[in-house]
Design a protein around this ligand. Structure first.
Ligand SMILES: Cc1cc2nc3c(=O)[nH]c(=O)nc-3n(C[C@H](O)[C@H](O)[C@H](O)COP(=O)(O)O)c2cc1C
Length: 371
């Protein structure tokens, strides 16, 4: 792999002009203040990925309201002006290193396991979540039983996503990504077994994707056309890794076509292995998103092997790749790949006992020149 490979060619997604095809995946590190303010350490942490050559950084999931959206203690928010202002130093630090930064907006729904704000969890239906809370985010035992959301609460969440996106634009972000994946609130609406509603938000796949469409439209109305908006979609969930869409490719068609019609600029698919067939055989979820969404697709999942990432882009199955664990272990992954330097394996010890940002990361030597 050299700097002349496709991974290192520029591209444009929405209004984002990107110098290469390598981005950092959203990763919750629960390192904000208790009331959700981004910290100086977070600015240093995110700047490392930019200095290491990633064209784009997608932030950790950030909560949009001070009601029930927070998922984890010490998660950052963008629900008020103070939280939005605190992000400015992160945005500036990434921009100073020549990269773009997109904020991920996340409502945890039934999977909320810690909040500074309103107690109690909400969801499309009062269904007990599968699995148990995550210890590295300070959780323990089963998830609480959520309360079923009223139509007024659904409208308020849609409005909260939109105003949070407006605050992100004001704070200088280059775009927002709506978190429709991994089992959180919007994915709870999309998923048949967590959505038992009999109103317009439940039933067929087209009904279950309705809220994701409405949130996309509301965000677009709020931020206008000159701001990039994306949606992250997955089959698997943090509490249900193996979940597959029941109708296979028909579901992929209904979901990706609906979202693409809602005014977003990109789809970000995440699977355990981005290159694997989505439904046992046939195309990957990323390739299906390209086929049915006809938008730029960002692919995620086990793409830390450069040739594999390159092949996905060469095949046209994605415009961009995002790296999660590979970027944690190699904040300078693009510089390493371009310079044929060895890639370090990710060690889960980094996220123990808690997933918060470690001083060792901030002090880690990289191939990038010291700032
Ligand atoms: C510590 C950690 C935190 C994560 N937090 C988020 C998050 O806030 N939002 C999100 O969409 N995905 C989150 N993910 C999932 C990653 O974005 C990514 O999908 C996953 O790590 C698989 O990609 P990889 O094989 O490149 O690591 C997280 C993953 C890790 C390891």
């Amino acid at each position: 792999m050299t700097e002349s490979s496709t991974l290192f060619t520029p591209t444009t997604i929405g209004t984002l002009v990107l110098k290469n095809r390598i981005a950092v995946a959203p990763m919750t590190r629960t390192s904000a203040s208790a009331d959700g303010l981004a910290t100086d350490d977070m600015a240093r942490y995110y700047a490392r990925f930019a200095r290491g050559g990633h064209a784009l950084v997608i932030t950790e999931g950030t909560y949009p309201d001070l009601l029930h959206s927070q998922g984890y203690l010490h998660q950052p928010g963008i629900a008020n002006t103070a939280q939005a202002d605190a992000w400015r130093k992160v945005v500036d630090a990434v921009h100073a290193e020549g990269s773009k930064i997109v904020l991920q907006l996340m409502h945890a729904g039934a999977l909320s396991q810690g909040t500074h704000w309103e107690p109690g969890t909400v969801a499309p239906s009062a269904v007990q979540p599968l699995g148990t809370q995550m210890g590295f985010y300070r959780g323990e035992g089963p998830y609480p039983l959520p309360a079923e959301m009223t139509l007024a609460e659904i409208d308020a969440v849609t409005a909260a996503f939109a105003s949070a996106a407006g605050r992100a634009k004001q704070a200088g972000f280059d775009g927002v990504e709506i978190h429709g994946a991994n089992g959180y609130l919007l994915d709870q609406f999309l998923t048949a077994h967590t959505n038992e509603r009999t109103d317009q938000y439940g039933g067929s796949t087209l009904d279950r994707v309705r809220l994701l469409v409405e949130v996309s439209q509301a965000v677009r109305r709020e931020v206008g056309d000159d701001f990039t908006v994306g949606m992250r979609i997955s089959q698997g969930k943090v509490n249900d890794y193996e979940h597959k869409w029941a109708k296979g490719e028909q579901d992929a068609k209904d979901i990706f076509e609906s979202l693409a019609g809602a005014g977003i600029d990109y789809l970000h698919t995440t699977e355990f292995d981005a290159a694997a067939p989505a439904f046992g055989e046939g195309e990957s979820l990323a390739a299906l998103a390209v086929r049915y969404g006809r938008l730029p697709v960002i692919a995620n999942g086990q793409l830390g092997e450069p040739d594999k990432a390159e092949a996905l882009i060469e095949r046209g199955d994605a415009a961009l790749v995002t790296l999660g664990k590979a970027a944690l272990a190699n904040p300078d992954w693009p510089l390493r790949v371009a310079g044929a330097a060895p890639i370090t394996e990710f060690d889960f010890a980094l996220l123990q006992p808690l997933a918060n940002i470690k001083q060792s990361e901030l002090e880690q030597e990289t191939l990038a020149p010291t700032p």
